[in-house]
Design a protein. Structure first.
Length: 325
């Protein structure tokens, strides 16, 4: 496990919760990883098999380089790497004190839901994708298609398709579309638990899922958290939706590598699949802890898999208006 994951990510309780969540997810995925990657050395419970650790260190550097040209500016968005062991696949990153760098997940949980913060998150992600778009050198450095399929596409989409056989074809199509679009350096786990909100803006952590692929995955992955929290904290549903739309607006301001409608449509199509995945896939959201909450997500997401919307803003508007319980 990268040193920075424990040293930087918020207060002790939040770090402990985050670690527990990662270990739980890893244990759920371990059997599939063993089946799909026999002969590749890894220690799943420690969350640091050799290939992933090396790619994480490489991704941390490339993400920082992509966002900013100078070192001082880069460290505002990505903790400085203070030491690494390439042979061992380990690295250490700068410690960021939790009182100055709270975890975004904890803020959202506690009702600190600020559209300005969400916009800055969207801006960071948009700059990352714009700076790495259509880069053959990065595509060659991140040949992680098999790993990304095993730890993202299979547990989130393929497995959920098995849980909903009537939608299996739609989930297979989402997997195929996502895998086919190789355009930018994708973080792969761009979620509130991996974002610290610092004085100069968001700081991005945990790039071990990095993949040169479809930017729609990162965008849908983070937006999904804002939607699902609106089911969990229903009284703040509108505020989460405001944050969602602010993030979307800031992100799409950077999209120049492909037509905005094409990327927006892929995000909007992927989102209901990821919503359903956090209920019936291999990594269920821990806070959707009643069948009523899970049914609410199913009822909303299933029709949108049959008939996808054209833009993530349209999905948010429907979610905001959907107040049935």
């Amino acid at each position: 496990m990268a040193v920075a994951e424990l040293g930087a990510a918020g207060d002790p309780a939040d770090r402990r919760d985050g670690l527990a969540e990662r270990l739980r997810d890893d244990l759920l995925l371990a059997e599939d990883l063993v089946d799909q990657h026999r002969g590749v050395p890894f220690a799943i419970v420690e969350h640091d098999h050799d290939a992933a650790r090396r790619l994480a260190a490489e991704a941390a550097r490339k993400i920082a380089e992509a966002i900013h040209r100078d070192r001082a500016a880069a460290e505002r968005d990505q903790p400085a790497i203070v030491g690494d062991d390439p042979a061992g696949g380990a690295f250490a990153m700068a410690y960021l004190p939790p009182d100055g760098y709270p975890v975004w997940k904890a803020l959202l949980r506690d009702g600190v839901i600020e559209p300005a913060t969400a916009a800055r998150v969207g801006d960071v992600l948009g700059r990352l994708h714009a700076a790495t778009a259509d880069r053959p050198d990065l595509a060659a450095r991140f040949p992680t298609d098999a790993i990304f399929h095993a730890i993202r596409l299979e547990p989130y989409l393929v497995a959920t398709g098995r849980a909903h056989p009537d939608l299996a074809g739609r989930f297979d199509a989402l997997v195929a579309t996502t895998a086919a679009h190789r355009r930018v350096l994708v973080h792969g786990d761009f979620s509130p638990k991996n974002l610290l909100i610092g004085p100069a803006g968001p700081v991005v952590l945990d790039a071990e899922c990095a993949w040169f692929g479809d930017p729609a995955f990162d965008v849908a992955f983070v937006l999904n958290h804002l939607l699902l929290k609106g089911a969990w904290r229903a009284r703040w549903r509108g505020r989460y939706a405001d944050a969602y739309t602010a993030l979307v607006s800031a992100y799409f301001a950077h999209v120049v590598w492909e037509p905005v409608p094409a990327l927006a449509a892929r995000v909007a199509a992927l989102l209901p699949g990821l919503m359903l995945a956090r209920v019936d896939g291999k990594s269920p959201a821990e806070y959707l802890d009643t069948e009523a909450l899970r049914d609410e997500v199913r009822r909303f997401a299933r029709p949108l898999l049959h008939e996808p919307l054209a833009h993530p803003d349209a999905l948010a508007a429907r979610w905001r208006a959907d107040t049935r319980r």
